[in-house]
Every structure is written in structure tokens, then in C-alpha cells.
Design a protein around this ligand. Structure first.
Ligand code: Q46
Ligand code: ZN
Length: 377
């Protein structure tokens, strides 16, 4: 059979027949990190494959540990139809419809428990063109929310920039949804690639700062009630681990699924996907026929979060539910201990008026540095 592997894309021939589990074993691929797809359909580990099959093995970076019952294909926990997706941390497998329902239920629970927003609020959803943000936008539109997409063209690479933008535009067109775009090169006069090239600062730190600044700016100036991001359970677990390893208590305190506005120019921020794993959002996107950018950002090598994700995936493989226990346990038991421990007072940046703890905000300082550098060149 032909097996297409991604990142980098290549096709290998593997003789059949064998099961999905056998195929992954033979290719020495950790099942926690991929989805196996045949003709736009997801396959469980027990599915049989033949020589005539064309299979795609798509990385999702992270995931749970698929585990069917011994012998025979997995059945949906809810309706007993053949399962499409395994969710080991919930000790369950689901068919397509029950899985979509499971994901939506997790999102509804997050919205309600943390009082994220109501049906009359105007939402600005940050969309990168990747699986998480597009899946989230799809869920919110489907639930009837007034959700506008916001995409920043970061220019971390030429092809990557245009493809990510196209994914967002195509999605918005197909759903008749509104999309707002900021182009870093045209509107702000710099690119993240340029920062990486100059090598003075790590691209991911400037990229993160830029995204935080521009998304908050777009939400507050556009009159939106809430800024919505597609951070998933894996993102939250990796961030929490990174912050705990360095005991960055003020960051830990701010790692809540919903952060209220504490300044007139600071938007309320929420993460409705924090209960859904990365592998689950990828499965959701595929089952809903959402076209998303599978390739990773060309500058991802410098992203320290990936190391934490790898470590957590190793733990998750051995004990499903580790990430969930870490994040949900933090929210239930530890978060109240950190809130208010490092109070910060916000004032308006003397240059741009956006909230900051100092006189000039970090974004204005970074831009001034870039301009000074360009002036000297
Ligand atoms: S986009 Fe930006 Fe990420 Fe690329 S440069 Fe780093 S932070 S890896 S999520
Ligand atoms: Zn500023």
C-alpha cells in the first residue's frame, strides 16, 4: 500500500495486509502523535489495511494514547456503532457524530464553567489557519455565536504566510463569516523572518509579543467583547509545565481559561478549547472537512514549548490522562493560590496607549529597536 508521511512529505510502499497498529509499529511511529487517514476518513488502530489502500499518516504533534479493546474493532461508547476516534483519557471511543458531540460538549462546558461569553457578545477569534483555531471558529459559528475571525500574517516564511492566510480566507468564504486580516509586512513594516535572520532576538518571543499586542489592539479597537484563542489542552499543559519549571508565578497566575479585562484597553481573553487535546482538535477538523495548514511554522525549531510537549506525550503514552490531570488539577486546586500573588498595575503606553506595566510597552520598544537597526544598516 502507498503510505504518505508528512513533515517532510514523502510516500513509502508498505506491503499489506496488516492492521493500522501493525503499520505504525513497522514504521516505528508513536501512535500518540498521529492520525491515520484513508479517503478523508479516520481509522482506528484495529482497522485492517490491504495493498490497494492509500493511507496518510498525519502528525498532530501531540495526543492521547489510542487503545482499542483487545480483539475486534472499537465501538462507539455512546451508540455502539464502529468507532472512528479513540479518546484514551476518557477511556472511550466514538463514532463520527458522537465524537463531534463530545468535542462540542467539552467546549460548552468550558464556556459555561468559566463564564466566557454569552450569545449576545461579539467575539473576535484569533485564527492562524491551523487545526485548532479553525476547528474552534467552526464550533462557535455552529453554536450560533457572533464570531469574527482575526488573522495576522506574520511572515515566518513566504509560502507558509500565503498558505495560512488562504486557509483562513477559504474557511471564512465557505461559512459566510467575517475575517479581519493584519499584514505585518505591510501594516507594521517588519516580518518575523527578518527577526530570525538578524538573529538578535528569538523569533518566537517577538512573534508571541506581536500576536498578543495586535490581537488585543484589534479586539479593543474593533469593539469586540471578548478575544478568543484556540489554545488546547496540550498547549496549556506545556505552558504550565514550562512556567512551573521556572516558577514564573505571575505567568502561572495568568494561565486561566478566562482572563477578565483589567484595563479599558485590555480585552477579556478566553480559551474555549482548553479541555480538548490537540489530537482531538485535529480529528475534529478532519471529520468536519476543514482544510487546515498541516505544515509547521518554518521557525518552530526555536519554540521551547515543543520540548515540554514531547515530555508530556511520553508521560501521556504511559498513563493516559496525565495532561488533563495536570491542567484540570491546577485549575481546581492550585490556581487560587497564585491569583493576586504578583499584583500588576497597568497604565497606558506613552507611545501607543495600549496597556503596559512600564512607561513604553514591550511592543513599542521592540519596534523602536528594529527601526534603529534598519537606520544603521
Ligand atoms: S508562529 Fe511564531 Fe509560533 Fe512560528 S515564530 Fe514561533 S511563535 S513557531 S506558535
Ligand atoms: Zn506601546
Amino acid at each position: 500500500m502507498k503510505v504518505k508521511l508528512r513533515n517532510p512529505t514523502r510516500v513509502v510502499d508498505v506491503p499489506g495486509p496488516l492492521s493500522v497498529r501493525g503499520l505504525l509499529d513497522r514504521l516505528q511511529i508513536n501512535p500518540e502523535t498521529v492520525l491515520v487517514i484513508r479517503e478523508a476518513d479516520l481509522l482506528t488502530r484495529e482497522e485492517r489495511l490491504t495493498d490497494a489502500d492509500e493511507i496518510e499518516i498525519r502528525p498532530v504533534i501531540s495526543g492521547g494514547a489510542p487503545r482499542g479493546p483487545s480483539g475486534g474493532p472499537a465501538k462507539c461508547k455512546r451508540c455502539r456503532e464502529p468507532a472512528k476516534v479513540e479518546v484514551p483519557r476518557a477511556n472511550a471511543s466514538f463514532c463520527r457524530d458522537c465524537f463531534l458531540r463530545y468535542v462540542r460538549n467539552q467546549v460548552t462546558k468550558a464556556i459555561e464553567e468559566h463564564e466566557m461569553f454569552s450569545i449576545t457578545d461579539r467575539l473576535l477569534v484569533c485564527v492562524s489557519g491551523g487545526k485548532d483555531s479553525l476547528a474552534l471558529w467552526d464550533i462557535l459559528l455552529d453554536m450560533g455565536y457572533d464570531a469574527t475571525g482575526y488573522h495576522v500574517v506574520l511572515w515566518t516564511g513566504e509560502d507558509y504566510a500565503s498558505e495560512s492566510r488562504q486557509m483562513c480566507e477559504r474557511f471564512a468564504d465557505a461559512r459566510g463569516a467575517k475575517l479581519v486580516v493584519t499584514d505585518l509586512k505591510e501594516d507594521e513594516g517588519f516580518t518575523i523572518e527578518q527577526i530570525a535572520r538578524e538573529g538578535r532576538r528569538t523569533p518566537c518571543s517577538v512573534c508571541g509579543l506581536t500576536k498578543r499586542y495586535l490581537t488585543n489592539y484589534a479586539a479593543t479597537h474593533g469593539g469586540y467583547d471578548v478575544l478568543v484563542t484556540g489554545h488546547n489542552l496540550d498547549d496549556e499543559a506545556a505552558t504550565l509545565l514550562g512556567n512551573a519549571l521556572h516558577w514564573q508565578t505571575e505567568y502561572i497566575a495568568r494561565q486561566m481559561p478566562a482572563l477578565p479585562s483589567t484595563h479599558e484597553r485590555l480585552s477579556k481573553k478566553v480559551k474555549p478549547l482548553y479541555r480538548v487535546s490537540e489530537r482531538e482538535t485535529a480529528a475534529y477538523a478532519i471529520l468536519r472537512g476543514i482544510d487546515y495548514i498541516v505544515e509547521e511554522c518554518p521557525l518552530v525549531a526555536g519554540n521551547t514549548q515543543l520540548r515540554y510537549k514531547d515530555a508530556l506525550n511520553d508521560l501521556e503514552r504511559r498513563s493516559p490522562g496525565t495532561k488533563q490531570q495536570f491542567v484540570f488539577g491546577y485549575l481546581d486546586k492550585a490556581a487560587p493560590l497564585f491569583v493576586g500573588a504578583d499584583p500588576v498595575e497597568l497604565r497606558a503606553c506613552s507611545n501607543c496607549g495600549q496597556p503596559t506595566t512600564g512607561d513604553v510597552c514591550a511592543y513599542c520598544r521592540a519596534k523602536a529597536q528594529l527601526r534603529a537597526k534598519a537606520g544603521k544598516a
